[in-house]
Design a protein. Structure first.
Length: 318
């Protein structure tokens, strides 16, 4: 049934070749992540544990802009595979423009950029209502290299990252929780987000075997909180063990991983609570991980914006 749906979607005018190309990219990334999950490795869970890199979101070394969506998972996996000491990436041309070069024999990693464009005549492709400009989706590949795969780069692109303090600091997570203004309750034996009453509840921190996991769990539930109709408006109507429920759980799990990385929090590896349902969803839909990763990036950005706003307010008051 899924295959038939894909055939119907790809049947637009002049879009067969482009649709096939996009499908192959979705298949390629989805197959890789499924293989990692089947091997018992979560590409978003503590991706720096087997590498020398400091925790953080992967970013472009030249612009400093962090990557988002499924590209985070791809590049975290590459950091593990290559044991790179850096979360900084750049293209072959960017390395040359910066005065360096990619080391001979090094293998790049493919990332993706998805967007839509509107043809000048507004008539080609797309499914817009009559009278509105039609837009065409596209998915573009880029090959990037870790800064550790390059020689001759300026020091500003290769400086050793500041090491984490010996004792983990949790002030950043506490600040984010407070800045959101969410109804955040502590108590009980379960962690959950109540969709109807719009509140988050997590057990007391001392109840966690590893207390750092209190923050991972809190950020996971706040990830669900962002999906409310009055925030990012995700569909949270799925029943337990349904595909829709699994998609929302995957989104919240990825959002928590992204936030932990952004805040410098290193939780223990999450148990495979929803592993079976995630695999089922990804096997049935080769775009599921792309959508979940995109939604998770939006959720993480939504939450981090509260911190930036709080910092700006304090700066103005100083």
């Amino acid at each position: 049934m899924v295959d038939q749906g894909r055939m119907r979607r790809s049947g637009g005018k002049g879009g067969a070749e482009g649709s096939a190309s996009r499908a192959s990219l979705y298949d390629e990334v989805t197959a890789k992540i499924i293989a990692q999950l089947e091997a018992g490795r979560f590409p978003w869970a503590q991706p720096w544990s087997s590498a020398a890199a400091v925790p953080g979101l992967p970013r472009n070394a030249v612009s400093g802009r962090p990557y988002s969506g499924v590209n985070v998972l791809i590049l975290w996996g590459a950091v593990i595979e290559g044991c790179y000491p850096s979360q900084d990436w750049l293209t072959f041309r960017q390395a040359l423009a910066a005065g360096g070069c990619v080391r001979k024999g090094e293998r790049g990693h493919t990332i993706f950029y998805a967007d839509r464009f509107t043809p000048e005549d507004g008539r080609e492709g797309g499914d817009a209502p009559e009278g509105e400009p039609r837009s065409i989706p596209f998915l573009k590949r880029f090959v990037v290299f870790n800064a550790a795969q390059c020689d001759g780069l300026p020091e500003r692109l290769t400086a050793d990252p500041t090491p984490l303090p010996a004792r983990e600091q949790h002030d950043s997570a506490e600040g984010l929780i407070a800045a959101t203004g969410a109804d955040f309750r502590i108590g009980g034996a379960r962690a959950f987000y109540d969709v109807c009453s719009d509140y988050v509840q997590v057990p007391p921190q001392p109840a966690f075997t590893h207390q750092i996991d209190f923050y991972r769990t809190a950020l996971h539930e706040l990830g669900h909180w962002t999906g409310s109709k009055k925030r990012l408006a995700r569909d949270q109507s799925g029943r337990f063990e349904s595909a829709l429920y699994a998609r929302e759980e995957l989104c919240a799990e990825l959002a928590s991983a992204y936030l932990c990385a952004a805040l410098g929090i290193v939780p223990t590896v999450r148990h495979a609570d929803y592993l079976g349902s995630w695999l089922t969803v990804m096997r049935a839909d080769n775009r599921a991980i792309f959508k979940a990763a995109s939604q998770a990036s939006k959720a993480a950005d939504f939450l981090l914006a509260f911190v930036r706003e709080s910092e700006s307010t304090l700066a103005r008051a100083a």
